[in-house]
Write a protein of this length. Structure first.
Lengths: 217, 217
């Protein structure tokens, strides 16, 4: 499948590399067509990898992963354009982290609207599904590296078919065992507001190789 | 030990009853000395149980559990007064939930200051420890009812000795197996901002008998 990965940071690299390793053609999108980090990734990732602008990548992909810094997510998607995103599954991995006031980062939007909702509101014809933002990028694409994979992922989105497709990607491609459907895109609030707890656990555990498992009565 | 439980709702009832069952003398505090819900609890709980005003309970307790509705927490503590709280371990179980705009509730304070921090700021001589707010009240005092107790609690607070005492209460009295220390009271942000995810899981699991376990790499 042709897939777009928007963003050239560690998250974009991890997801794009995983997708290429599964045999998919992946175009990494950035502000400029010749971004150096994207070029370095293409060189490492081989024949199935390519790079382009946000618009070029969005046009290329049948599915679009949004792996930008949360503060840049809407700008990147506006650069991609509404038309190339229309009707597509848009997997929003980004977090609304604001580092401008120091560490730990605050969230620049939280209780009243999630970043996932802002994305869906700005691009009503895209099928936005929030996913993967609750774990470190290495865990996203290799859940088995933590506790034998015995921990959980969440999804939220308005379009049931799109959400089902994302669950297939998470379980069938990435190896997640359990994915909890948190309902419509407002469920992204819970997934994003979990980040401050994740950040504290990262500090106390001194590793990003962790996640939570939901234990039932 | 003499213990104060501020609040007459389901959380206050669950914690106060558990403490009495362990042989502690418990005074349930409320706005008025003759609160009907507190009186009903005293009648059920027996000789170790008593009721009083917030100030009366706070004076009585060597340890103070704050089990009020989050929107009422600071008012209740101001009614209790700074002097009776000074030097005491104050376990803040309350959540900053705002139901005024419908369900699910929003948080009335979140990313920039937690309710736990507001409490510590308003009562600098109290030793505030955030705990137990991340689970349903029945799970708080009986973690074994969910998955054999194989799930985790968190604490945050500025005073290390107070936090250590709370961890003893959680593990020795209430039966928690694993308690993660999230650092100073600003760690309460993570514990409170977890609530929207808890609420969504409650909706999807259709039971409040659940919790999360931290799984490590």
């Amino acid at each position: 499948m042709n897939i777009a990965v928007l963003g050239t940071g560690v998250v974009g690299n991890a997801i794009a590399s995983k997708l290429v390793s599964l045999g998919h053609e992946v175009k990494m999108g950035s502000r400029t067509p010749d971004n150096e980090k994207a070029a370095a990734w293409v060189k490492r990732a081989g024949a199935l990898a390519s790079q382009g602008t946000f618009a070029g990548a969005a046009s290329f992909g049948e599915v679009v992963f949004v792996c930008t810094n949360g503060a840049a997510t809407l700008d990147a998607l506006h650069a991609a354009g509404a038309q190339p995103l229309a009707g597509k599954v848009l997997i929003d991995v980004s977090n609304p982290l604001d580092f401008s006031k120091g560490m730990p980062p605050r969230l620049f939007t939280a209780s009243d609207e999630s970043l996932g909702e802002r994305v869906q509101r700005a691009f009503p014809d895209a099928k936005v599904v929030k996913a993967l933002n609750t774990v470190n990028c290495e865990v996203m694409v290799d859940p088995g590296r933590v506790g034998g994979g015995d921990h959980d992922m969440f999804v939220a989105g308005d379009d049931a078919a799109a959400k089902g497709r994302v669950v297939e990607i998470l379980t069938g491609w990435f190896g997640w065992k359990t994915v909890h459907d948190l309902g419509d895109i407002t469920g992204a609030r819970g997934m994003e507001m979990y980040l401050p707890l994740w950040l504290r656990l990262w500090g106390s555990l001194k590793t990003a190789d962790f996640n939570v498992r939901v234990v039932r009565g």
